[in-house]
Write a protein that binds this ligand. Structure first.
Ligand SMILES: [Zn+2]
Length: 359
């Protein structure tokens, strides 16, 4: 039988997992170290709320046209962040949506609904090379999310600069979003360059937002105090069940699954599970909810059941969009980003993980 963490539900086959003497995994222990006390302490939560207000006051005092940029995907977390900024904290915000090439119709509809009802300015942007990049990354590394991750980060930064916005507000954080260890889903610029080295695409990218190293400029701006970035869930309680119900009743938003803003999130989940020891995004999310005290372990096990990993229905559409045969898909699914991760990309990932409180 496969050994499993006694706190969450991650098995011993999960990448990078280690167990302590109580058979609790390193991911649970790291979470406890970062957030355990905060979750149990009203005093710490009140302190965080104050800190958040201080940052918002700082932004307002700058007296720019917009106090903050809020990137929104149409998913629950970014939508809620936008609601909070505008309605609760009274910030004058610019909402921004970066289409990764795979933006779902209902995510687009969510974006339109909330932007309209809140009456905030909104910019929509689509990088024309996105699908080609996804294809190249998939057939080189077996993963296709990196261009979207880096692209979205870059696009947010680019828009913030363009509109002279000093605060960027994200609705995601490692406290509330379950990600695979970064080594399995890398997206830093050096890794990016290595993967694209011999590709025709690297030449075309020079004229897009990928041409500038925003990921490196952002920590410099942060250190010099020029521009701030915050992950709102790090400052507030973030109960997704309540958030979804609220967004539905208040704005009429609809959500389909955990990552409903991407057309091919199910393909990514299928690949993850196929490759990584039968753990998919749902099992990781449940583990995170358990650590947050928002789900108990028995419920997680019952909800997951004996899940087998079948190719999702959207796979056909994925193959069509990326112009791949099933055989090419199968071959790519056996690849790994590891050969592109040696040297600087490795060091960068380690440093970033500490700064962003990732684990
Ligand atoms: Zn655990």
């Amino acid at each position: 039988m496969v050994k499993q963490c006694t706190r969450c539900i991650l098995p011993e086959t999960f990448p990078g997992i280690k167990f302590d003497e109580k058979a609790i995994c390193n991911y649970c222990n790291k979470f406890e170290e970062l957030w355990g006390e905060w979750i149990r302490s009203e005093k710490l939560k009140a302190k965080s709320r104050k800190e958040l207000l201080k940052i918002f006051d700082w932004a307002k005092a700058k007296k720019r046209k917009y106090d903050a940029l809020v990137p929104i995907s149409g998913g629950k977390d970014s939508s809620y962040a936008l609601h909070l900024c505008k309605e609760v904290y009274g910030l004058n915000v610019l909402a921004f949506t970066n289409n990764n090439g795979f933006h779902t119709d209902y995510a687009k509809e969510n974006v339109n609904k909330i932007v309209k009802k809140l009456g905030v300015d909104h910019v929509y942007y689509a990088e024309p090379l996105m699908v080609d990049l996804a294809r190249h990354f998939f057939i080189s590394t077996g993963h296709f999310c990196a261009p979207c991750e880096l692209g979205t980060f870059n696009a947010n930064y680019m828009i913030a600069e363009k509109y002279d916005i000093l605060l960027i507000i994200y609705g995601s954080s490692s406290k509330t979003d379950a990600g695979f260890p970064k080594e399995l889903n890398p997206w830093n610029p050096w890794y990016f360059k290595k993967v694209l080295k011999k590709s025709e695409l690297s030449r075309q990218l020079g004229s897009t937002f990928f041409g500038q190293n925003y990921l490196l400029r952002s920590p410099i701006d942060r250190l010099t105090g020029k521009r701030k970035f915050i992950l709102v869930p790090n400052y507030l309680e973030w109960n997704e069940e309540i958030i979804m119900k609220f967004l539905k009743s208040e704005y009429g938003l609809l959500f389909h699954g955990e990552h409903s803003d991407c057309m091919f999130s199910e393909v990514a989940a299928y690949l993850q599970k196929k490759r990584n020891s039968s753990v998919d995004a749902t099992a990781m999310k449940y583990s995170l909810l358990i650590r947050n005290g928002l789900m108990d372990r028995e419920t997680a096990i019952r909800l997951l059941g004996i899940s087998n990993n079948k190719p999702p229905e959207v796979l056909g559409r994925f193959l069509e969009k990326l112009e791949l045969t099933l055989q090419e898909f199968e071959e790519a699914s056996r690849l790994s980003p590891a050969p592109y991760l040696r040297g600087i990309p490795y060091v960068f990932n380690r440093v970033r993980r500490i700064i962003r409180k990732q684990y």
